[in-house]
Design a protein around this ligand. Structure first.
Ligand code: AHR
Length: 495
């Protein structure tokens, strides 16, 4: 059977918020230290301590928003330890992640510099689990108050005269787990209390983010919405794709063939989670004022052999590229509610877009998906009808996952994933509601010859996009052939 897709070029379904393409950087393993921050005295070329190669790669990918400092680390982080002269900053233990020394050299000023260099929005996650209302309130004052106050004066003394703009502020992380093991009723009350003192100073408007549920914890969502929806602008959801179980998650490379379909199937579970959580949100917020922010998602495998188990370092293959493509398509479909998402994590941790080793850096297959899909950022989602083949047995999958959008210049972008690791996918695309007679098509594709095809420091371009040409156009119809396990993005313009 040939897969068929009808794109309604004249029917839009909402805007794909660019922040759906957001990222997450935690003080965990080699994400912040080594991956982003090398220090001003490092032989690795850097800008004010931030490595240039990584900066350049991230800028190209157009990273819109970056979450920091955690994760679980956020609820153990005391921001005052990370400001002032670096040599005087406290050295402490990163108790949650590997028990290593945290020297606090990367703090508020360094993170805000990173965001400035990346031209992205900062998303700061505050500490509810082990912090105080005053500490959180003063952090916001330190960063954003433009006037005379103890925190603003301290910021100036530390070298930053003007306040920063901080829009996104999270009140705690995973407070049902590492953020304090709280019950939702208790956290809802704490959220209401803490957020009261997260002030919007001057023209800086803070978007307050409540800690939402893990996976399918619908009771947490129900309780938070019921008790606190008036005081939040967004609420979070965390869901990781784990092929196995927590104690044996499965390997990032060299995995058995059976784990291909299981992984993709589990990634697709995001659709059900978002639908069901959104349905609960709809009861309390029918006008969809409140956003759902999936601020942790991605694959989570067993760590690479020989690496610190607390560092969560894993390789990244064409399978991860497909997980990224499928998940981003799900976020597109729910763009009325999902306003931000942050894949975990940016560098050297979990489903990273960049891996580093000393002065070397490589771009993972997941990076290439984010890079190719950047054309969807802030574009209008187009209505689409799909009739696609089902593949696999027990872990049945659709052969194709697709999404189309129209950008501000009127160009249509169609992203396509062939989930089938064995067979090509033949596809017919019909463009309806298209004013032009003929359509011009060009594109790029990412594929691999192995289910665990990945990039290494010695072979960094094994999985990299190439021009895609295996299609024929006739009027506003397109016939395409996608190789097994591939992700493609096509641009459709008037001829
Ligand atoms: O991303 C790794 C960890 O996963 C985060 O610190 C935590 O929030 C989640 O459990």
């Amino acid at each position: 059977m040939t897969n068929r897709i009808v794109i309604h070029a004249d029917r839009t379904k909402g805007t794909i918020d660019r922040n759906i393409y957001g990222h997450f950087s935690e003080h965990l393993g080699r994400c912040v230290y080594e991956g982003l921050w090398v220090g001003e005295d490092s032989p690795i070329p850097n800008t004010e301590g931030i490595r240039n190669d990584v900066l350049q790669a991230l800028r190209k990918m157009k990273i819109p928003v970056l979450r920091w400092p955690g994760g679980c680390f956020a609820d153990e982080y005391h921001w005052k330890d990370g400001v002032g002269p670096r040599e005087g900053r406290k050295r402490m233990v990163n108790t949650h992640w590997g028990g290593v020394v945290e020297n606090n050299h990367f703090g508020t000023h360094e993170f805000m510099k990173l965001c400035e260099l990346l031209e992205c929005e900062p998303y700061i996650n505050g500490n509810v689990g082990s912090g105080t209302v005053q500490e959180m309130s003063e952090w916001v004052e330190y960063m954003t108050f433009d006037g005379v106050s103890p925190m603003a004066e301290w910021r100036k003394a530390n070298g930053r005269e003007q306040p920063w703009k901080v829009k996104y502020f999270g009140v705690g992380n995973e407070n049902w787990g590492c953020g304090g093991n709280m019950r939702p009723e208790y956290y809802a009350d704490l959220y209401r209390q803490f957020q009261t003192y997260v002030r919007s100073y001057g023209d800086n408007r803070i978007h307050k983010i409540a800690c939402g549920p893990s996976e399918g914890d619908y009771y947490w969502m129900e309780t938070l919405m019921k008790q606190a929806h008036r005081w939040m602008d967004s609420i979070t959801l965390h869901y990781y794709t784990v092929p196995g179980v927590w104690s044996h998650k499965g390997a990032a490379t060299g995995f058995p063939e059976s784990e291909w379909a299981i992984t993709l199937r589990k990634a697709m579970h995001m659709e059900e989670l978002i639908s069901r959580h959104s349905a609960i949100m709809d009861q309390y917020d029918p006008d969809k004022r409140i956003g759902l922010i999936v601020d942790e998602w991605g694959t989570w495998y067993d760590v690479e052999p020989g690496t610190n188990p607390g560092f969560l370092y894993q390789q990244n293959t064409i399978r991860d590229a497909l997980v990224a493509g499928i998940t981003l398509h799900i976020f597109h479909r729910h763009c009325d509610r999902v306003r931000m998402a942050n894949i975990a994590q940016l560098v050297n941790v979990l489903q990273a877009v960049v891996l580093t080793e000393g002065e070397r850096m490589l771009l993972t297959p997941t990076y290439h998906v984010f890079d190719l899909f950047q054309v969807h950022q802030d574009a209008e989602l187009l209505d689409m009808h799909e009739s696609v083949r089902t593949i696999g047995g027990e872990d049945a999958l659709p052969q194709i996952s697709a999404s189309a959008s129209r950008d501000a210049e009127g160009r249509i972008h169609l992203s396509l994933c062939n989930l089938d690791h064995r067979s090509n996918a033949s596809l017919e695309v019909e463009l309806r509601g298209w004013a032009g007679a003929e359509v011009n098509v060009s594109g790029s594709i990412l594929s691999s010859d192995a289910t665990d095809g990945h990039n290494t420091f010695d072979r960094p371009d094994r999985v990299a996009p190439v021009a895609y040409t295996d299609f024929a156009v006739s009027g506003s119809q397109l016939r395409a052939n996608l190789p097994p396990m591939s992700v493609a993005v096509l641009e459709l313009t008037a001829a």
